[in-house]
Design a binder for this molecule. Structure first.
Ligand SMILES: C[S@@+](CC[C@H](N)C(=O)[O-])C[C@H]1O[C@@H](n2cnc3c(N)ncnc32)[C@H](O)[C@@H]1O
Length: 263
């Protein structure tokens, strides 16, 4: 690849895209890969001592069934990072230690293992059990000392980010879409304006969308055509809205504009 595909969402397999990227070209790799936790269980609860509860599916899609594991992409992803680059990935909490081991085996230094605290997690059986309200992410750098991209001027931040799950207008048709409010502090603290933010599993494009809003450059990859179309529409609308606000026209509704492009 001669030129970096800056500010583009690419339809394809991220392993191929990563192979085509030069080494040391990415400032922040921030991603939300398949956790590989899908199964056929459908928890249907009807009646019983505590009454009726909704059924909950644990099938997010074929893409979440061990099709791609961390070993398939993490080593090459680290090679694409600059020496002061930062690697952040969400992962299933039962297996995030495997991801951390892999990062260390490939020369990275673990800075934080953080938690997304969901304010409105899925209800549990008959609303009497503990709810699963936490998801985890790891923040690692190639650099073991100082010099990696980090915005000291933003001040301190907990390694817990508390937000509702993605809902309302912001929600597109994806079972594991992350909310923008969760992604915002990760980009704001762990990259600088103008940095290249790479998301190899971009789904509906939440990470590229927030990167764009925060004045970073982005590269996103998604191999499902439907999710790719949503991601592309999102970043195109943000780009168009920036131009419109520059021209001082009436404020626009981002979600409606995205839906209009998908029709
Ligand atoms: C957990 S979801 C990401 C959701 C995203 N954070 C959002 O807010 O919409 C992971 C995505 O990776 C995609 N995917 C799985 N394997 C892939 C591959 N080899 N290359 C590119 N995308 C892949 C899936 O289609 C899925 O949309």
């Amino acid at each position: 690849m001669d030129e970096l595909p800056i500010n583009r969402i690419i339809l394809g397999d991220c392993r191929e895209v990563m192979r085509s990227l030069p080494k040391k070209c990415i400032d922040l790799l921030l991603t939300d890969p398949p956790y590989n936790i899908s199964n056929d269980a459908e928890i249907v609860r009807n009646g019983g001592k505590f009454g009726v509860a909704k059924s909950i599916s644990m099938n997010f899609g074929e893409w979440d069934r061990n099709v791609i594991m961390p070993n398939d992409w993490v080593p090459r992803a680290i090679e694409t990072l600059t020496e002061n680059g930062v690697f952040i990935s969400f992962y299933d909490k039962r297996h995030i230690s495997h991801l951390c081991d892999l990062l260390e085996e490939n020369g990275c230094f673990i800075r934080h293992i953080g938690t997304w605290h969901k304010l409105n997690p899925a209800p549990q059986a008959r609303k009497v059990k503990w709810q699963i309200a936490g998801e985890m992410f790891v923040i690692a750098t190639k650099n073991k000392g100082t010099g990696h991209h980090y915005n000291y001027k933003e001040g301190q931040h907990h390694d817990v980010i508390t937000t509702p799950i993605c809902q309302g207008n912001e929600r597109y048709d994806h079972p594991t879409q992350k909310p923008e409010a969760l992604i915002n502090p990760l980009i704001k603290w762990w990259s600088f304006e103008g940095d290249v933010v790479f998301d190899p599993f971009c789904g509906t494009g939440t990470i590229p969308a927030v990167a764009k809003k925060l004045g970073r450059r982005f590269i996103g990859v998604e191999n499902d055509e439907r999710y790719f179309s949503i991601a592309k529409a999102r970043v195109d609308v943000i780009q168009a809205m920036r131009l419109t606000s520059f021209l001082k026209e009436a404020p626009l509704d981002e979600a409606n504009l995205v839906q209009a492009r998908l029709r």
